[in-house]
Every structure is written in structure tokens, then in C-alpha cells.
Design a binder for this molecule. Sequence first.
Ligand SMILES: [Zn+2]
Length: 363
Amino acid sequence: MISQRTAIRLSDGRELIYFDETPDADRAKWPDTRHLPPPPPTSQLRYDPLVDEWVAVAAHRQTRTFLPPSDKCPLCPSTPEFASEIPAPDYDVVVFENQFPSFSDRVKPDEITALTDMVPVRPGIGRTEVVCFTSDHNSSFGTLPPARVRTVLDALADRTTEMSALPGIAQVFPFENRGIEIGVTLSHPHGQIYAYPTVPPRTEAMLRAARKHAEHTGGRNLYADVLAAEQKAQVRVVASNEHWTAYVPAAARWPYEVQLAPHRQVADIPALSDEERDAFAPLYLDVLRRFDALFGKPMPYISAWHQAVVGEGRELGYLHLQLFSIRRAADKLKYLAGSESAMGAFVNDIVPEAAAQRLREAL
Ligand SMILES: [Zn+2]
């Protein structure tokens, strides 16, 4: 749990917030001593008229750091020899604005020029932040103590509330990419938070489905009904406790995919109660251990928090965590090839009921 929150500015003006588990850390004592250039001009959004979706274009991200050695890790605490992104010599959980943002609230609308009549362009207004789960470079989320998972959840709640209140934000999306197989460029345990200026395509699709379901059932919530059906069927449930259930979706797209949902319908992480936040940690850590045990080595995964949108359709949202891996066998990865990449039509080689059974028996 957070007992002290300290916000500072890095030398280029970006915000950094320490979430400390003890109340006595003097964070203001450690200013950023680097002389960083101003943050890069941010991205633009281009409208793809063929599919009615927005695509973010952020050229400056090509220059970001790629798998630096641990003594040059920008997410480790600073040392006398190396000034990292975090000025303090230690930290519990820390969040800061991404140096190479996909979206940013610093964008100037007049720098955006139109392309053609068919392709409107708009500034990539929004915000992207990095969340460091621990100062231990060689750790992983799955080995964090439950108390730290709670602190991370509280930090995500804080960030969701603040970023949802920024002008023009449609959805706040916390996620973790883990493993070089996923494309992680920094091995230090960390996640990210995107505050999108438009509702992302997957959320649009989920809203459409939820709206249709509500219309046909006199206002019932789609996700709540899906969860209830999975709890009744049990065959795809991997683990559960008083407040959460972890199950493999019946039509999972990925070889190993688990969704963790609270039993009470809440819109987002800030809406979770104390008890629900405490109950999340042991269940999630259990599922992560099962993932790693499947093939006897760390699973590359994506862990994605689906929160309600900020604006229209918010009442349809049901908070849940989607965890999935691209590993389908000890030495095989699932690549998004022709059918998935070109057509968005997934073919899953692992039967979801078998995946659930393997996960249940993995420990
Ligand atoms: Zn590190």
C-alpha cells in the first residue's frame, strides 16, 4: 500500500512520481542532475478510412534505448556513476512520463498538416507513462511480494484517476510486456500506461458487443454474463478466490490466455475496494507462476488492463485483466502471420479447455 506519494520534475520537465511503502523517504533531496533536451515533438494520429480506425505515427521512437546493460539501465535507481531516469538511489514503485511517448499532451496542433481529403490527421494528444515495479533489475512481476503488487495496483489507480481527467482522453490502458520475444526493449521489470485520445479498435468492438447484449437482455452487462457462465461451466477456470476468478476465455485467440475479473462489476482500477485490491495479488501471482511453470522457463507475456472508457459507453465497461502468451510450445512461438495480421482472423492451435487444464496442473 502507498504511504507516501512524491511528485518531482525531471530536468526536461517530465513528471516523475514516487509511490513509497514507507512514509520517511525524502525524495525531494534527489533532483535530476542530467541536462536532457526537451521531449521530442510528439506523434500524430492518421485516420485509416478503409477500416475507420486511427493509427499513431511516432517517428522519434526509433531512437529509443534497446536492451542496455544493467549498469546503464535507465529504470534502475541512479548511482554516482550513472544518472538514470530515477534520480533517487532507491525506490519502491515509481512512475514517470515516457521519454519517447506514443502520445503526449505537449503536442502543438498547428504543427500538424493535412495529407489528403481522405486522411484526416490529428495531434496525438494523450500521455504515456512508465511504471517501475521494483528497483531490482533482475526481478520480475511474478516474484514480487503481494504487498508490492498492492502498491503497484494503488499506483495504477492513482494514474488512472489523474490521466482520465486530462483533456481529450478516451481510455486509460495500463499494461506490461514481458520478454524479448514480445519486443521488450528494457529487461528491468516495468509496465506502461497509455492514455489514448481515441477509443482503441478492440475497445470499440467490445463496446459494440456490450451495447447489443444490453439491448437484447433488458440492460444486462455482457462481461458479467460471460463471467457468470464461465463460473458455472468451471471447465476453463484456472483459479479463483473470494473476489476474483481467473479463466481461459472459451474463444481464446492466444495459445495461453487467462482473464482475471473481479466478481463485482467495477469500471476501473480506482473503483476496486480495499478487499478486492488485496485479493488480486495472490491470485495474479498464482497465475503468473503457472504461466512460468508451463514450459519450465519464463513465459513471454502481455498483461493488459481493460478499463471502462472515459466518455460515452463508460457504463458498459467491466474491469478485467487479460494475460496472454505467444509461446505455444517449449521451443515454439505463435507469430501473427497471414490470417491474423492481414485479416484479423485468429487461428489458435491450443484448445482453450486443454490450456486451462494444463494451467491448473502446472503447479
Ligand atoms: Zn534496471
